[in-house]
Ligand binder design. Structure first.
Ligand SMILES: O=C(O)c1ccccc1NCC(=O)[C@H](O)[C@H](O)COP(=O)(O)O
Length: 208
């Protein structure tokens, strides 16, 4: 089966080009001022405008005001919203735009309740739970905590070119999502690691 991939935290046209050419299915843009990967609206607008068709663009937000999200949608015409905070299902669906809900998994995570709350999410994105950090932690989590999910889900959290094949073999996600694992330093993408990561994902996809 083909495993879908998203490269997250993109901030410049060069890295986008590398990711697109190497076959990324989706590109993530962080709209969260506290993140080293944050993109200003005008920059995001120009970056997203130049992403070719059939490559999805995703705006990441954390407990953001409705008016700001309205602006993101209006200015960038991004394809998906990805919610990383404590947003309810109702808060996520109020924009009438396809959305992804990030779930920071720990031993308290109730997968049945999540599936019910976010029944119309296009994907659930399972990420590491690190207190006080909403995402992009670079940490893996205990994959044995992943419960039954009927809807497609993406594995995130601490993935790298070195461990992504193993991770896919272990938990069989619909998609994988990476940020820190394809960086040289916090917030600075490494073109070689982006290519290697996507090559690894495609290699698994070919034999699965
Ligand atoms: O990247 C950030 O800084 C960030 C900040 C706030 C909310 C979400 C954020 N990123 C989310 C992601 O990039 C994804 O969850 C990613 O797949 C996981 O990150 P990583 O463990 O660094 O690969």
């Amino acid at each position: 089966m083909m495993i879908r991939s998203k490269i997250c935290g993109l901030q410049n046209p060069e890295d986008i080009q590398i990711a697109v050419n190497a076959g990324a299915d989706a590109l993530g843009f962080v709209f969260y001022a506290k993140s080293p990967r944050n993109v200003e609206m005008n920059v995001a607008k120009s970056l997203i405008r130049n992403v070719p068709g059939f490559v999805s663009t995703v705006a990441l937000v954390v407990n953001e005001q409705t008016s700001v999200i309205d602006q993101i949608l209006k200015q960038t015409q991004v394809n998906y919203l990805q919610f990383h905070g404590d947003e309810s299902g109702e808060a996520c669906r109020q924009f009438g735009v396809n959305y992804i809900k990030a779930i920071r998994v720990n031993d308290q995570t109730n997968f049945a309740a999540i599936q019910e709350e976010f029944y119309d999410a296009k994907l659930l994105l399972l990420d590491a739970y690190v207190p006080g950090i909403p995402g992009g932690t670079g940490q893996t989590f205990d994959w044995s905590l992943i419960g039954n999910l009927e809807k497609p889900w993406a594995l995130a959290g601490g993935l790298t070119p070195e461990n992504v094949k193993y991770a896919i073999d272990q938990v069989h996600p619909f998609a994988v999502d990476v940020s820190g694992g394809v960086e040289k330093s916090k917030g600075v993408k490494d073109p070689l690691k982006i290519k290697q990561f996507l090559q690894q994902v495609k290699a698994v996809s070919n034999y699965e």
